[in-house]
Design a binder for this molecule. Sequence first.
Ligand SMILES: *[C@@H]1O[C@H](CO)[C@@H](O)[C@H](O)[C@H]1NC(C)=O
Ligand SMILES: *[C@@H]1O[C@H](CO)[C@@H](O)[C@H](O)[C@H]1NC(C)=O
Ligand SMILES: *[C@@H]1O[C@H](CO)[C@@H](O)[C@H](O)[C@H]1NC(C)=O
Ligand SMILES: *[C@@H]1O[C@H](CO)[C@@H](O)[C@H](O)[C@H]1NC(C)=O
Ligand SMILES: *[C@@H]1O[C@H](CO)[C@@H](O)[C@H](O)[C@H]1NC(C)=O
Length: 442
Amino acid sequence: MRGLFFCILTLLILGTVLTAFVWNFFSDRTNVHPGSPPHKAPIRNSVPDPSGTCKGCRDTVTEKVVERYSHSWRKQEDNFTKFRSLLRDKCHGVTKAMVTQANTPLGSKVVYDGEKRKPLQVTPELFSTFAKENPFVNTTWDTCSVVGNGGILANSSCGEKIDSAQFVIRCNLPPLENGYKRDVGNKTDLVTANPSILMEKYGGLQGRRRPFVESLRSYGDSLMLLPAFSYGHNTPVSLRALYTIQDFDSPSRPVFFNPEYLQSLAVFWRGQGLQTVRLSTGLIVASLALELCANVHLYGFWPFNQHPHRHQPLTNHYYDNRQSKKTVHSMPAEFDHLLRLHSQGVLRIHLGECVPAASPGCSTEMAWAPASFSGLSLQAGSLGSAMATLAQRKTTSQTQKPWAGPDTNVSGPSGLGQGATEDPTQGSDSEQRTKQRRGNRR
Ligand SMILES: *[C@@H]1O[C@H](CO)[C@@H](O)[C@H](O)[C@H]1NC(C)=O
Ligand SMILES: *[C@@H]1O[C@H](CO)[C@@H](O)[C@H](O)[C@H]1NC(C)=O
Ligand SMILES: *[C@@H]1O[C@H](CO)[C@@H](O)[C@H](O)[C@H]1NC(C)=O
Ligand SMILES: *[C@@H]1O[C@H](CO)[C@@H](O)[C@H](O)[C@H]1NC(C)=O
Ligand SMILES: *[C@@H]1O[C@H](CO)[C@@H](O)[C@H](O)[C@H]1NC(C)=O
């Protein structure tokens, strides 16, 4: 008995040391996502320390995940309704998330949410690019999947589950073909597109544009949401994307994020205690989903480079391991807020593997048996196992299988991550906004 006690004590101490190590080791790479505000980010008096934005939560987030996530999830109608009303009152995503001809009249000025001092006059030409009507009016969906691009989705087998939602939201034109379908699905109703990716992958659409149009095929006739009015340099490239889609008769439906909406969301989340320079796309679309959908499921949102349960290293995205340079987002801090909503039954985060519907009886094994103790020496992350094991012991009576097993009803494995979510605001040619607007139809 005493032996066991010492053993546990030792593990706890080792665990603490290892946690510190893990966080220090990984944290530099985790919360970084590209999305550089152009030159100087608006410096507010309390710009958070990029690596430690989530002061105090770094040490506890793993613990929280293990603890909170290991309870079976149930939607709490009251909490959901309350949160949704709050969000709707403050942000009006249903009517305001996108720029439309109704909410942004001819002759008015668009104020960039990231660059407020240079408003843009709505000329007839610009006005004609706005959506005629709001695509969300009088529409709500029962179930929505919001798919982050986190490495945690790799080998998750969650594609079918993701696609089973009525409305599927994806971030930043993620690849869906070449074998990813099994893990991430391919149904898409709304997809965001950062100007940064248009610049990097498609030459800012200044040269050949067909490759871009072809890459959009996998998103069918989904809405493509562009942050055209976050920074001045986003506008020309976003307009080129829209013109390209029109000129090539692509079924894709480009629409622009409304900077007023993004601004109100930033204020909303600041009011919730989130400190960050810019909200990530992932949090933005998750917030939008909470206004539009009765049941919000998040996949691919997990901001750390190590699997929460299996502890193997994760790539930054499910499709690559590209690291980002700048640290304007605070993924761990955002995650902490989302996890709180998960715990309150407002939305559901999926972190485990999904079991294909075809074989519901075949649940995977619990992987955090004491065997993983032996892993202490090899991977920093084994600490998680130790903690998990302890947590598991505490909760065995509940017979939950938090990380394993079918993600059908019991509890929730499937995949929350957040590599999704680069800053909606990047782009990079600040030059010649005006000149380009129309000049580049070809
Ligand atoms: C969420 O719901 C539970 C039970 O319905 C309640 O105890 C809890 O206080 C609620 N949380 C919030 C933040 O409203
Ligand atoms: C939306 O609903 C409102 C009130 O329920 C109604 O007046 C309006 O015509 C509807 N709009 C559309 C486009 O269906
Ligand atoms: C996914 O599984 C394949 C085959 O089992 C393996 O080669 C690959 O490394 C795995 N990828 C990740 C990110 O775990
Ligand atoms: C998704 O995949 C299915 C089957 O592979 C295919 O039939 C369908 O066209 C794909 N959807 C899109 C939008 O590409
Ligand atoms: C899961 O819950 C839904 C709705 O509560 C129910 O219709 C479905 O049969 C359940 N599935 C399983 C596998 O229990």
